[in-house]
Design a protein around this ligand. Structure first.
Ligand SMILES: [Zn+2]
Length: 258
């Protein structure tokens, strides 16, 4: 059990390092497998022992070994975040064929979050394949995040994908530019993996967290109502809440206790 947990955490860190590459290269249309990582400051190739997740950052003091230019704190943070999410998914859902799918799902949400923060886009290269993967996995291996030990099932997955897509299409048309088609497709992905209850909770939790963050941003930065806040990160956060706490929140809503 604890060895398994350690393994999940370590692989989570390593994949987190790969997610940094995806976050940097995907929105620029670059290959995510080639060439190997270079320092953006001096162009020196980053050697394997300087590329150990989190540890290398700490040993190097957050600076490039060759040119000493600072390395963003975000790299080790993304690695640590991915490892934490992987451990939470493992603890919640245990091992089985659903595990690699759910781990890949939460990692994809991490990439979507940071790409959307940087570029205000949600990459089709992630979301479109995921609608298909979600529907196939939903029909076969995925658990229902809202019911203990029940499979999600193809109908719930299909209705979820359709509901997420249509609901957000209506919101995008109604909001006239507040959100984009990226959010619409992302909710198709989320619905396929989490089912229709997941769409409802994600929409609700995403709106609440998004409104809170938008309010805080206006309070502390000024900017007024025109300040553009990408919505993808909030949908990602809300999807994680639905996946990891869906059962508890549903019980609380239905019976008034956790
Ligand atoms: Zn350098």
């Amino acid at each position: 059990m604890s060895l398994e947990l350690l393994f999940v955490a370590l692989v989570g860190l390593a994949i987190g390092s790969f997610l940094n590459v995806c976050i940097h290269r995907m929105p620029r249309g670059e290959s995510i497998v080639h060439p190997p990582s270079k320092c953006p400051g001096c162009g020196a190739s980053i050697r394997a022992w300087d590329n150990v997740p989190v540890l290398s950052y700490l040993i190097l003091g957050g600076k490039c070994r060759s040119c000493k230019s600072p390395i963003s704190m975000r790299y080790p943070l993304v690695e640590a975040l991915n490892a934490v999410l992987w451990v939470l998914v493992y603890l919640r859902f245990g091992t089985g064929w659903h595990l690699p799918v759910l781990l890949a799902f939460v990692s994809s949400l991490v990439v979507i979050t940071f790409v959307d923060l940087d570029f205000q886009i949600i990459p089709d290269r992630i979301v479109l394949p995921w609608i298909v993967i979600g529907l196939v996995a939903g029909a076969t291996v995925l658990p229902d995040p809202f019911l203990r030990a029940e499979p999600l099932g193809w109908a719930n997955s299909l209705i979820g994908a359709g509901a997420g897509f249509v609901l957000f299409l209506v919101i995008v048309i109604a909001s006239r530019g507040g959100m984009g088609m990226g959010d619409v497709k992302m909710m198709g992905m989320v619905g396929a993996v989490l089912g229709w209850k997941g769409v409802l909770l994600t929409t609700f939790a995403g709106s609440v967290t998004g409104a809170l963050a938008g309010g805080l941003l206006i309070l502390f930065r000024g900017g007024g109502r025109k300040t553009k806040v990408p919505f993808g990160p909030f949908l990602a956060l809300a999807s994680l809440i639905s996946l990891l706490l869906g059962q508890e929140l549903l019980r609380w809503y239905m019976h008034g206790r956790l």
